[in-house]
Structures are given as structure tokens and as C-alpha cells.
Design a protein. Sequence first.
Length: 284
Amino acid sequence: MTANSTICGAQGWWNRLVGEGKAIDTNTYNVIAFNIPGNGYDGFFIENREDFVPRDIADMFVLGLKSLGIDHIYASIGGSIGGILTWEIAVGYPEFVDVIIPIATDWKATDWILANTFVQELILKNSSEPLHDARVHAMNLYRTPQSYKEKFQRSIHEKKNMFNVESWLLHHGQHVEERFTLSAYKMVNQLVRTNDLTRARGTFEEVVKGVKAKILLVAIDSDMFFVPSENIDTFERLKSLGKNVDYREVKSQHGHDGFLIEFEQLEEILKPVFSYENKYFSEE
Ligand SMILES: N[C@@H](CCO)C(=O)O
């Protein structure tokens, strides 16, 4: 949600996965990542955010690639909101991509996602510290009761006279204010809330019929935001349509944020897909 296109380097989100000799080896592949327009990292903001849905962002990404002279990509990979965009690219541009790897994500906003992005909207609208407080609530969706228990053990921050879990949440609230803006946060909440691959297209089965890309679904077993059961359902529906699809589950106690933490398992899942000689999916 609040990530950006910085994949590698000092502030990189996926240093363990992308780079020379890594699972996505930059000696073999050119890796391109765009900021989501409106996320503010490049100083660009979108104020009429209600006019945008994830499909618009996917269109912009493809347009961006085409303007760089790229007419085809091997893989589209992304976690969370990034994964939403991989779905839109596969459906909107069937000839453009060979493999999509949506991680810890979904092709639609479930009622659970709608309920929580609604709470986010309320906080953003009503709080006197909207960005801070929305982030504090969102962190509870990105982690799990088990991860909190292991990390904090009901311990107390003596100086602040509060539970350490509370202090940690406040830290995340403050931290997001240093690197993200309210406008950008509202934009990404809008995109997650309006995620619907089937919008103005038909049923899921009709919509994915034309997908040519191979699909590797990756879920985090403890993800309480984009729950694995939805991805298992998607896997079964795609399988029954005869689609080239696979499903992998990362084991983690960290929940949704597992896609930014469980790099060893992600490496194992991704290595065969990006191994040059030994493609993960058998050629049809
Ligand atoms: N915690 C991460 C993941 C949300 O999908 C973020 O804020 O970007």
C-alpha cells in the first residue's frame, strides 16, 4: 500500500529477491518498476482519486512500458496492490505478458477488504491525525495476533507507560507520516477498495477466458487481509477452466506483510520461474 518502485538499494523493498545472482537475477532479466501514479514518491499527486480504479493504473504501466519501446514482458510480479495490477495486465493485455505472479493479493475486493477499507475511509475522514491513525489500524491487518504475541509478550514500555504493542503501532503511525502523504494514502485505499477484475467485463470465468499468461498464485498462509482461501478458490476456478495455473503458500506467522519478510520461501518459489534454462511452467 505504502511501498514504492524502489526495489533494490539502501531503501529497497525486495533486495533479497531482485539483483545480481538473486532469484530474479538482473544478470538475466531487466527489471522495471513504476511508482503508482498518485503515491507521491515522485512529487505527483492525484486529487480526483475517485475517478481511478486499478485498471487505470495497469493501463498507465503498460503505456509506460510501451513508451520505452517494450512490447512484451516475460513476467509481471507484485505483492498486494502490485499483485492487483498483475491481474489487470494479464486480462487487459493478454499478448503482453508470459507469466503473472500475484502475491498476497486478489483480483477483487472481498467483503472483508471492503469492510476494512471502509473503516480506513472513516478514519481518513474523521480523525484529527488521519494518516497516522489510518496506518495504526492498517498495521493490524498486515500482521497477526501470533506475530504480536511473539514480539511483545504483553510487555510494557516503562518510559511511555504503555504496552509495547501500542508504542510500536504509534511508531508506525509516525513513520508513515515521514514518508507518505494523506493524498497518496487516500489514493491507494481507493485502489484497493475498487479492485474488481470483472468490472464492466462479465463473470470471472468470462473475464479470464482470454488470459494467455501462466499464473502463479502466491498466498501467505496467515494473511488476514488477502486471505489464502480466496486464492485457493481462484486456483480451483482457473484449473477447472483449463488455465495454466499454480498455487504456492508461504508459511509465516507475520500475515500479509509476509511478502516483505519471508524471503527465503519466496526465493524458493520464484527461482524456478526465473531460472533461464529451466522454466517453471512447462511449455505448451
Ligand atoms: N505493509 C506494507 C504492505 C501493505 O500491502 C505497506 O504498507 O506497503
